[in-house]
Ligand binder design. Structure first.
Ligand code: DGY
Length: 318
């Protein structure tokens, strides 16, 4: 068993009860060549979003049978290639839903109410007087919350907005929710165009794939209100970061809150240069209890599959 990134000691100890474990003790991802070298002879791998399991890795590691991702997203897996080689992939749904929805809301609030921008101003010693419009931001309560991607996390954000902040919630998704779920989320289904044109705050929660690459680019941003905010807690690559940086600089939209980036951990330099963006380093699921639950579920998937023949949350079951 290979644990490809540093993880909680209790997770390693749990895996060691069942397998011989080699684990990455450095606080950094291995290069692809190192990953391939470490995977030699291993049947299972505990991975995170930083390990790309693609056709090259699979061809070089023919003993591999299962990769358990400690993440709900799995765009680091080439799932068709894994399926073709009969390698099971698993992810960690559910255990991070509420925590990630909390963070989506935190980012929305911080962005709309200019929390980090005003903090930087204060820390820089620039606060010398009261002013009627100092850091006046956008209203959150009672505004229109747009959600693109209405899976479990999107629904969590919708409920927070509708029930906690009296927001008018609209959403767009590949498939429409059942009437019961729409009622629970107090959310109304609209076209993508109406979503872009109407939302005061647009939150992106859709999975990344070739089809969702640059779902939000210059054309889409041009449809948004100049007062709107955009929040991305999904994946880098869903937003064209260069186009977004330019739109923020030109005030085509008011502000953005981003937890994920194209090519992260690198961040587009123009995003770093504009003031009206809140930037966080992919931490939406990062609370200690949730990260422990994610690690445990990934480990349980490995034991479930390799010891009991029954993974808990398989992505490509036979
Ligand atoms: C996920 O679970 O996909 C998160 O992005 C983890 O980092």
């Amino acid at each position: 068993m290979l644990v490809a990134r540093a993880v909680f000691p209790e997770t390693i100890a749990f895996l060691e009860q069942h397998f011989e474990v080699e684990h990455n003790q450095a606080d950094a991802a291995w290069s692809k060549q190192d990953l391939i070298a470490r995977l030699q002879g291993k049947v299972g791998a505990f991975t995170t979003g930083t390990e790309r399991i693609d056709a090259e890795v699979l061809a070089a590691c023919p003993q591999l049978k299962v990769c358990a991702n400690m993440a709900v997203g799995y765009n680091n897996f080439d799932l068709p290639a894994m399926t073709a080689r009969k390698v099971l992939g698993t992810n960690t749904p559910d255990v991070l839903t509420e925590t990630t929805a909390d963070f989506g809301f935190a980012l929305l609030m911080a962005t709309a109410r200019r929390v980090t921008e005003s903090e930087h101003y204060l820390r820089a010693g620039k606060w010398t007087k009261w002013s009627y419009d100092m850091f006046a931001g956008a209203e959150v309560h009672g505004s229109t919350l747009g959600i693109l991607g209405m899976g479990r996390i999107g629904q969590g954000i919708a409920k927070r907005g509708a029930h906690g902040f009296g927001m008018n919630v609209i959403y767009h998704n590949r498939s429409r929710l059942s009437p019961a779920l729409e009622a629970e989320c107090k959310a109304r289904y609209v076209s993508k165009e109406e979503l872009l044109k109407t939302a005061d705050h647009l939150v992106l929660v859709l999975p990344y794939s070739a089809e969702s690459h640059h779902t939000i680019a210059a054309k889409e941003i041009a449809l948004m209100k100049p007062t709107a905010t955009l929040v991305n807690i999904a994946r880098g690559g869903i937003v064209d970061d260069a186009a977004l940086a330019q739109a923020l600089r030109d005030r085509k939209i008011a502000a953005a809150g981003l937890d994920v980036f194209e090519g992260e951990p690198k961040v587009h330099p123009e995003l770093l240069a504009v003031p009206n963006v809140v930037l966080t380093p992919h931490i939406a699921s990062a609370t200690v209890p949730t990260r422990k639950a994610m690690a445990r579920l990934a480990a349980d998937n490995l034991v479930g599959f390799l010891v009991n023949g029954k993974p808990l949350t398989p992505l490509n079951p036979e």
